[in-house]
Design a protein around this ligand. Structure first.
Ligand code: FES
Length: 149
């Protein structure tokens, strides 16, 4: 009998807001799905679309990008840059055949531990219903396969 599907979700979060929100969820003993792997970065403005593609290539079934609310970014405009980048990146994802539903963008502050827990639980269920993400891994593996001599 095969194991039930447990989605792997990589969360790229800013250290000042969402990471602190995740920490608050933990210290408040709020339960949330253990499917999330957090990667902490200084600001969402630092998150390159390549990070998202790499996460999907390396086995993630879903990706979360989350940072400070608009107006609260510690680097003033980092989250606005991230939002603009996401708008463009979304179109590219569709073009390459990666379902945009697998990638979520959110604003979660340091005071929103409950929101973080709820968001992670909802996202986990959404990704679970989409099933494992295989097609992009296969595509990358084909293009990266060593040439036979
Ligand atoms: Fe949090 Fe910029 S410091 S999004």
């Amino acid at each position: 009998m095969s194991e039930p599907f447990e989605p792997k979700i990589v969360a790229f979060v800013c250290t000042y807001c969402t990471y602190a929100g995740a920490d608050l969820a933990g210290t408040s003993r709020l339960k949330y799905a253990p499917n999330i792997r957090i990667v902490r970065l200084p600001c969402t403005g630092r998150i390159s679309p390549m990070f998202i593609l790499k996460a999907l290539q390396k086995g993630a079934d879903g990706v979360l990008v989350s940072g400070c609310h608009p107006g609260d970014c510690h680097f003033t405009h980092g989250n606005f840059h991230a939002r603009r980048r996401w708008t463009v990146f979304r179109a590219l994802l569709s073009f390459t055949g990666i379902p945009v539903e697998r990638i979520k963008f959110s604003w979660i502050s340091a005071a929103e531990g409950a929101k973080f827990a709820e968001f992670v639980n909802t996202l986990t269920e959404e990704i679970r219903s989409l099933g494992p993400f295989e097609q992009y891994k296969e595509l990358i593996n084909e293009t990266e396969a060593p040439a036979s001599h």
